[in-house]
Design a protein around this ligand. Structure first.
Ligand SMILES: C[S@@+](CC[C@H](N)C(=O)[O-])C[C@H]1O[C@@H](n2cnc3c(N)ncnc32)[C@H](O)[C@@H]1O
Length: 225
């Protein structure tokens, strides 16, 4: 397994400065990867262990996550769907040159044709509309198209914006689920306010080394209150 902590050391993620903006503005208005670094590292280990070669991200914000993953894994195919909300904050998208990009809502009927044109995608990360109906609609569409894994961000549903994802994830039946839910060290939290859930219809996961993160942090820290 490669050392993803070192490989991603120069990629800012959701830290205390992001959290402060989120609390002040109601938006994580920073041009960076909007992930808990520990969970991102576990996602990288999952991608390596499962030999993921194609990736679609629904809801990319400025594209920093997709770009970092493509830099690390040089996917055979990489694609993005985003509605461009980041532009309201003066940011632009930063997508790899070879990415296939759909600029618009994943609920736009044209997105289904775009998705069909991608063919089989090993891993789809659903991180756009976090409402219950939105995440369910994204799931229903993605499961109609060939894939290996469907992943969901924010399965802990820690705030009112992400509660719908937690409900969707809880209710999801059939297939198999893996949860990458780890302490948010960069926020100094011994628990996660995000969480990545990965679903597979067949249950064909390889998890060797995926959850081998650092020990629980801070030492002796308790679980979520
Ligand atoms: C939380 S951010 C994504 C963060 C990014 N995946 C990352 O990890 O850095 C959610 C993004 O999804 C976009 N979005 C929300 N609903 C969407 C939809 N239905 N279709 C496409 N994009 C959507 C938002 O504008 C925003 O850019």
């Amino acid at each position: 397994m490669r050392d993803y902590r070192s490989l991603l050391a120069g990629d800012p993620c959701w830290d205390a400065t992001t959290q402060a903006r989120y609390e002040r503005l109601g938006e994580a208005a920073q041009d960076r990867i909007l992930q808990n670094r520990e969970e991102l590292l576990a996602l990288c280990r999952f991608i390596e262990a499962n030999r993921v070669r194609s990736y679609l991200e629904i809801g990319t914000w400025t594209g920093r996550l997709l770009s970092a993953l493509h830099r690390l894994f040089a996917f055979d195919r990489v694609a993005a769907c985003d509605d461009g909300y980041c532009r309201r904050f003066g940011f632009s998208h930063h997508f790899p040159r070879d990415a296939r990009v759909f600029l618009g809502s994943s609920r736009d009927p044209a997105f289904e044709a775009f998705r069909a044109s991608l063919g089989s995608v090993d891993l789809v990360l659903i991180d756009g509309d976090h409402g219950y109906r939105g995440v369910r609609a994204d799931f229903e569409m993605q499961r109609r198209h060939p894939h290996r894994f469907l992943a969901f961000h924010d399965i802990t549903g820690a705030n009112r914006h992400t509660r719908g994802v937690a409900r969707f994830w809880r209710e999801l039946r059939g297939g198999s689920k893996v949860e990458l839910v780890l302490p948010h060290r960069e926020l100094g939290l011994p628990y996660s306010t995000m969480g990545i859930g990965i679903w597979s219809a067949s249950g064909a996961f390889r998890l060797d080394g995926v959850l081998d993160g650092p020990p629980a942090w801070p030492p002796g820290g308790s679980a979520e209150p």
